[in-house]
Each structure stands twice: as C-alpha cells, then as structure tokens.
Design a protein around this ligand. Sequence first.
Ligand code: UDP
Ligand code: MG
Length: 321
Amino acid sequence: MSRISVVIPCFNEEEALPLYYREMCRVMGEMSGEEFELIFVDDGSSDRTLSILKEMNEADGRCRYLSFSRNFGKEAAIYAGLKNAAGDYVATMDVDMQDPPGLLPEMYRILQEENYDSVATRRSTRAGEPKIRSFLSESFYKFINRISKTEIVNGARDYRLMKRKMVDAVLGMSEYNRFSKGIFEWVGFRTKWLEFQNVGRCAGQTKWSVGKLFAYSLEGITGFSVAPLSLASVVGVCFCILSFLMILVIIVRTLIWGDPVSGWPSLVCIIFMVSGIQLFCTGIVGEYLSKTYLETKHRPIFILKDSSEEKKGDRHEAASV
Ligand code: UDP
Ligand code: MG
C-alpha cells in the first residue's frame, strides 16, 4: 500500500472546495487500496475557505490544511504543500477541477507499471479561454522556448503526479522567484505527458489577471534564461557597425558634394531611437537585478498562520521553510 499526497493550492475557493472534495472522495474510493492525504494550502484567502478547510479536517482525517499569513501566490502554495507532503507519490492539482481529479488513477497506474518518475498533464486545446489570452500564452511559450535551454511545454498544467525522489529534487530548488513549469523540467527525470481537453472552472472566478500573468511570464523568462542580458551587447555591436558605415557614407558624400547643413529631423529621430533602445536594455538588466536582489534577501517563501499540523503539536516542522 502506497501513500499518495495531493497538494491543492486554494485562494478564495469557498465555492469550488466542496465540489472538489466530493469528486476527490469518488476518486479515492476508486483507489481504495492506497492511503491518501489531501494537503490544502490556503493562500491567504479572505472568504470562508479556511473555515471550510477546518470543517473538512475535523470530519475527515485525510484532509489537512496549511494557511498562509497573506497571499503569497500559487507557486509558494505548491512549495509549502510539497514541503509538508509525506507521501511516496505526490500530486499537485488545482481545486477548480480544471485539473480533472478523475485522471489520477491513470497517472498512478503509469508510475506503477511503466518506467516513469512523473506523469504531467497538458491541455490539448485552449477552448473556452479568451482569444487574446490564448494568443499571449502561445507567444510566451514560443519566445521562452527559443531563448531557454529548459523546455517549457506549451499548455502544460501544474497538475502532475511525482515519485518521492523527484519531489525531493524539486524541494532542493528553494529559490524565492519560483516558476514551477520550469523547475519541474529543470530537475530532469522521466516524465510522461497526458493530454486532456480544456475544461472550464467548476465555480468561482479565475485568480489570474492579465497583469499577474505578465509578471508570471517574466518570472519564467528571467528564471530560466539569461539570453535577454546579451541583447544589449548584440544591439550595441549592430549599432557600431551601422554608425561606421554611416560615417563612411557621410565622408564620401561631403568630399563629392560639399557639406550643406541638413538632416536635423533625422538626427532627432536617431537620438530618440538609440536612447529608447538604451533604456530598454537598462530595463532588462534591472529586471534581472531586482530578481537577484530579492533572492539575496533570503526571505521565506511563505509564512504560516495556521495549520492542521499545529494541533498535533507539530508546529515546528510545519512552520519550517
Ligand atoms: N491560486 C492560489 N494563489 C493565487 C492564485 C491562485 O493558490 O494567488 C490557486 C487557485 O485557488 C487555484 C489555482 O491556484 O486552485 C489556479 O488558479 P486559477 O484557477 O484562478 O487560475 P487559472 O486556472 O485561471 O489559470
Ligand atoms: Mg483554474
């Protein structure tokens, strides 16, 4: 009998939680030979999420919860859950059923019978998603895969089941700026990809605004590629060559036709363009510098306010980061 831990980040999910729990009970019933623990991570919710989790914990010993002191983000919630998971197999899953719990038995079977360390999932379609969001996501995946050595799979969900050794490797990467899609790839191991059709949220609203998604994609780019840092040197070399050619043209032109004063508007345009490029490059350097700055502060990735573990007198273990 194996122990399976499921890590579920929850941020204002009072509507989705009961539906998710009902579905998970059905799945756990299907896999009745295995021992389960459901680790719900309340990411600083302001609705009834925490009290529902407490009720679930009272009623069903398999449900555990960790509650953050504020909203630290989904990445921090996944990290906290993995850190507190004791299972031989650990899954990460959204609570809104966009990661169908019904796939879990199949994922578990693959890890048992085939030679894989992890089973991950990706959406084969983006149906039901706003067109502009799909377009931005597609462009992001194309861009990051061009500049990063770590492959970030297009449409990959954070829904996966891993063996213990892979979980330990992921926990070994205790960086502050976390981008799980990259981290899961970076640690290596053999991963099988399952595809499924996109499903809508079962209840509640998405927690990701376009701004939050943009910040998340920057996290991915700065976390897994340093190529943008070379941009300044490449553009600099191109401009040196261009200016050299321009100097040659001007010298020859002056020798042949003399030097009538003209070209003021083009000069202003060139100054604007070059200073724009310089600021852009400085911005890129600033982006990496800010990430380095946050990383060197060694701030905890999350802070616990409450957890089901404390009641068992396990406070220290649960609070350690
Ligand atoms: N989530 C979280 N913290 C956040 C945002 C989201 O823990 O700051 C959780 C959320 O409760 C859900 C999962 O992350 O279980 C995915 O969020 P959501 O469904 O809003 O994202 P989408 O599926 O729209 O990308
Ligand atoms: Mg969702």
